[in-house]
Design a protein around this ligand. Structure first.
Ligand code: FAD
Length: 494
């Protein structure tokens, strides 16, 4: 971002074309270890320690803040750690005496698309990302892990039964609710690329069943205030009923792609009636409402409806940045709070709303002080919405990719969330989908208590910051690994 040394792929020219035929190294490491097993990672870390070479860890490269690269680092690439899946109907985590129920064990390189497909037909599914190209064991899990099914089944961190990882000193460990609980806490919310290199994860399996699928979309050239009001007025009920999915809007129209694992079709139709009634009342022959309220037979079908696939479609060359806010339940509980929310949403020209684990009750083992407590911000547990503001641009357009243009855009996207931050004091943000200028990162991503524990674990584990990434726990602002980020002075280090 700072030097404009890029390798720009165009979104608008032929897919994947490199602009000007020139590729700069930018933040991309010069050397990668294409790790295949634990030993590869251990050798890489030992070599890096001996020669004082900073490390970066990359899986799929989805990180919005570029934290899976770093100039002049030695990268450990985990994408090819792909042992066969292991399904265990009675998974007993190492060191535990009792079964934790059905679990699936997969490697560090596992993506959700492959995982969902392989689990289809087994009678089970897992809680995973809605964009299926995201890695299941890397930054998604380390950052928290949000899913369409999070409202009722929890975050990725709530579904993890066991994590195996190589620590910065080369030790290979197994962390779960019975052993290495500090690491289990840190690797479930503390952020990727910080506490160790994860090689294997076991996640809870859920019995497959049918789901309610609701899709509504239409153009609304006269604005979406009424829709915002309906969403705000119904937010508590919908969250408690376990709806998950994506509500997206812009000044020109709205789209709703939602799923429910527990309501009947009739209950679902009643549940979404206020929104449907409004959209039908403003629809016309020239501006019809597209609507589909139906059941789909399985989890695989949920992620593979034509609309789901259209929502997650990616194209080379399109870049995105976003800012995030976890909006607490209290904001929806008074008329004044609801009005403030509608005003803010309207002022921002709308955004995207995703679910939070509102209808999911944490088991006693995972409450604060318990062996399965996770380090994500406690704000997740009280939020009804994960609210996201996003801007995209074409990497192939020089006017949009100069250092100045990029910095302006990243600042604008961060500032766009300020009105929402102002009416949600003390709430948090989802670190995996937040912006680089997020104010009060410690409070937003972890909360001070979680952060204090995380920092101590990090300092004990990796005093020399062999593993480190931008704004990650224990990061050092002066570390040359972070030199490509703009305006470092504006970013809080703590
Ligand atoms: C198109 C798109 C869709 C998304 N959809 C969702 C979604 O539905 N739900 C959601 O919650 N989030 C979503 N995200 C955000 C996503 O969770 C984060 O970008 C996440 O960090 C990606 O993790 P990764 O391992 O795939 O990517 P990477 O960029 O490779 O890694 C991300 C971070 O994890 C670290 N890391 C990777 N592998 C390991 C490992 N084996 N051990 C230790 N550290 C590791 C890296 O160093 C880096 O810091 C989406 C992002 C994109 C770009």
């Amino acid at each position: 971002m700072v030097t404009n040394e890029q390798c720009t792929l165009s979104a608008t020219l032929e897919q994947g074309v490199i602009i000007n035929g020139t590729c700069h190294q930018g933040t991309v490491p010069d050397y990668y270890i294409d790790a295949r097993d634990v030993k590869d990672i251990q050798l890489g870390l030992t070599f890096a320690r001996q020669h004082k070479i900073p490390i970066s860890v990359k899986n799929t490269g989805h990180d919005y803040k570029g934290r899976s690269t770093g100039p002049d680092t030695l990268a450990i690439w985990t994408k090819n750690i792909m042992p066969d899946l292991k399904i265990d109907k009675d998974f007993v985590p190492q060191g535990c005496e009792q079964s934790a129920g059905p679990g699936v064990t997969y490697g560090a390189g596992q993506t959700f698309d492959d995982l969902y497909t392989k689990l289809d037909g087994t009678g089970y599914f897992i809680v995973g990302g809605s964009c299926t190209t995201v890695g299941a064991a890397g930054g998604w899990l380390a950052g928290g892990g949000n899913s369409i099914l999070t409202p009722i089944l929890g975050l990725g961190v709530d579904n993890a039964l066991q994590i195996k990882a190589v620590l910065p000193n080369g030790t290979y460990i197994t962390a779960n609710r019975c052993q290495n609980q500090d690491l289990f806490f840190a690797m479930r919310g503390g952020g990727g690329g910080t506490f160790g290199v994860v090689t294997e994860v076991t996640s809870k399996l859920h019995e497959d069943h049918q789901f309610i699928h609701v899709f509504m979309t239409m153009n609304l050239p006269d604005g979406v205030r009424e829709v915002s009001e309906i969403l705000v007025d119904n937010a508590e009920r919908w969250a408690d009923e376990g709806w998950g999915g994506i509500y997206g809007g812009s000044p020109g129209g709205v789209s709703f792609l939602t799923f429910n694992p527990s309501l009947s079709l009739e209950e679902a139709e009643n549940s979404v009636k206020p929104l449907r009634d409004y959209l039908e009342s403003v629809a016309s022959d020239s501006n019809p409402l597209t609507i589909n309220i139906t059941t789909v037979p399985s989890h695989w079908a949920v992620v593979n409806t034509p609309v789901s696939l259209a929502f997650i479609a990616l194209e080379a060359g399109t870049s995105r940045t976003r800012s995030s806010r976890l909006v607490p339940r209290e904001n929806f509980q008074t008329a004044e709070g609801r009005k403030q929310l509608v005003d803010v949403i309207e002022g921002m020209n709308w955004a995207t709303i995703l679910g939070t684990p509102t209808a999911f009750a944490l088991p006693e083992s995972d409450l604060p002080g318990g062996p399965g407590y996770a380090s994500v911000t406690p704000a997740w547990r009280n939020a009804l919405w994960h609210f996201i503001y996003t801007e995209s641009w074409d990497q192939g357009n020089p006017a949009e990719t100069s250092p100045e243009a990029l910095e302006q855009r990243f600042r604008r996207v961060s500032q766009a969330m300020d009105p929402m931050r102002a009416i949600t004091p003390g709430a948090g943000a989802y670190q995996a989908e937040s912006d680089i200028y997020e104010p009060d990162m410690i409070d937003s991503f972890w909360g001070q208590d979680n952060y204090d524990r995380l920092l101590k674990i990090k300092q004990d584990l990796d005093p020399d910051n062999l593993l480190s990434c931008f704004t990650c726990v224990g990061w050092d602002k002066a570390d040359p690994r972070h030199r490509c980020y703009p305006e470092m002075s504006a970013i809080r280090q703590d």
